[in-house]
Design a protein around this ligand. Structure first.
Ligand SMILES: Nc1ncnc2c1ncn2[C@@H]1O[C@H](COP(=O)(O)OP(=O)(O)OP(=O)(O)O)[C@@H](O)[C@H]1O
Ligand SMILES: [Mg+2]
Length: 323
């Protein structure tokens, strides 16, 4: 549905988006994450045709976004990261206004607008002035507005920011609902656990570069390589514990071993086969293993790890450059 190839955006000499590639399949929910200034909004605005790229290509549902701007605009619904001011416009009028911008016949636009207001739970507020809405309600109205021309791809820039927990929950339900209606969704957010819960794929950006992107399952599988193993030995086996620690430290996939009275924590960079081999070795040496558990990484700590690794690499490169 969305394909970005070698996309770059420069502001003067500053490179805000640096040769990024990403792919979002039909029906996916793609979580776009990265620290402030990473380039997420810039990328999203380029996809929507609101900003001109310096170089690269964006394809939306097979159409070149830079060549067929109008056709592409009809395929995209965009929720920006800030909400403009609309003095003296009521909720339903606001929706009708945006409907008319997409040439929706006026006979249909009210019905479509009301249907969408219902979808985002604003149907009771259609006569309220837009500027009187709470922040959460404005975000939902923005979402309804982005859907007015029935786009297949929704680009949501931090739709959850500044919302209280209940409003966030409602927004998440709306997004899941839209996904079940077959929409493809690209969503940026700093609220990682929430993204992790709904996304089918993710892209992690940092300082203009795409560090990782792909299906959550595939990235999780990779992450398992650095997830720890917890090993519990049967009680009163202190000698065996020392022997176990020695054995584990000798394994080339072991990065670090720490232990408490009950458990050993092994930072292990091997895959499942290597972990199984380690367990076999422990048992062959008659170490009384009572529990052996490979922790599955959670997406939030994966994001943090990816971003901190990329920050370390950037510092190292900068250090080299300065010399
Ligand atoms: N018009 C502009 N002129 C110069 N630099 C800009 C301009 N717009 C954005 N930038 C810079 O581009 C970089 C990327 O900004 P962008 O808004 O895309 O980041 P972001 O990932 O969306 O961050 P956030 O999480 O804070 O929303 C930032 O360093 C920003 O200062
Ligand atoms: Mg942004």
């Amino acid at each position: 549905m969305l394909m970005i190839r070698d996309l770059t955006k420069k502001y003067g000499r500053f490179v805000a988006v640096n040769h990024i590639n990403m792919h979002v399949g039909k029906g996916e929910i793609f979580g776009f994450v990265g620290p402030n200034g990473a380039g997420k909004t810039t990328t999203m605005r380029i996809c929507c045709g609101l900003l001109k790229a310096t170089s690269g290509q964006v394809m939306i549902d097979g159409t070149d976004a830079f060549r067929a701007r109008q056709a592409v605009k009809r395929k995209i619904g965009y929720v920006p990261d800030f909400f403009g001011v609309y003095d003296n416009l009521k909720v339903l009028e606001y929706m009708r206004f945006f409907g008319s911008m997409y040439d929706i016949p006026s006979a249909q636009v009210t019905e479509i607008a009301r249907g969408l207001l219902k979808l985002v739970n604003l149907d009771e507020w259609e006569e309220l002035l837009v500027d009187r809405l709470s922040r959460g309600m404005k975000q939902r109205l923005c979402m309804a507005r982005a859907l007015i021309h029935n786009p297949q791809l929704l680009i949501l820039d931090e739709p959850n920011s500044g919302l209280d927990p209940r409003a966030r929950f409602e927004m998440k339900e709306i997004i899941k609902n839209l996904s079940s209606m077959g929409k493809t969704i690209v969503i940026s957010s700093h609220i990682l656990p929430e993204l992790a819960e709904m996304c089918t794929s993710i892209g992690v950006m940092d300082r203009g570069k795409m560090i990782v992107s792909g299906k959550v399952d595939d990235i999780m599988k990779q992450s398992q390589f650095t997830q720890p193993i917890r090993i519990r030995l049967s009680s009163g086996a202190s000698e065996a514990k020392e022997q176990a620690v020695r054995l584990i430290r000798e394994d080339p996939h072991t990065e670090k071993v720490t232990f408490t009275e009950e458990e050993l924590f092994v930072t292990f960079c091997g895959g499942d086969d290597e972990a199984a081999r380690l367990l076999r070795q422990l048992i062959q040496k008659a170490i009384p293993v009572a529990g052996f558990y490979r922790e599955k990484g959670d997406l939030e700590s994966l994001f943090m790890k990816i971003i901190s690794t990329s920050a370390r690499q950037a510092t190292r490169q900068k250090g080299k450059g300065d010399r």
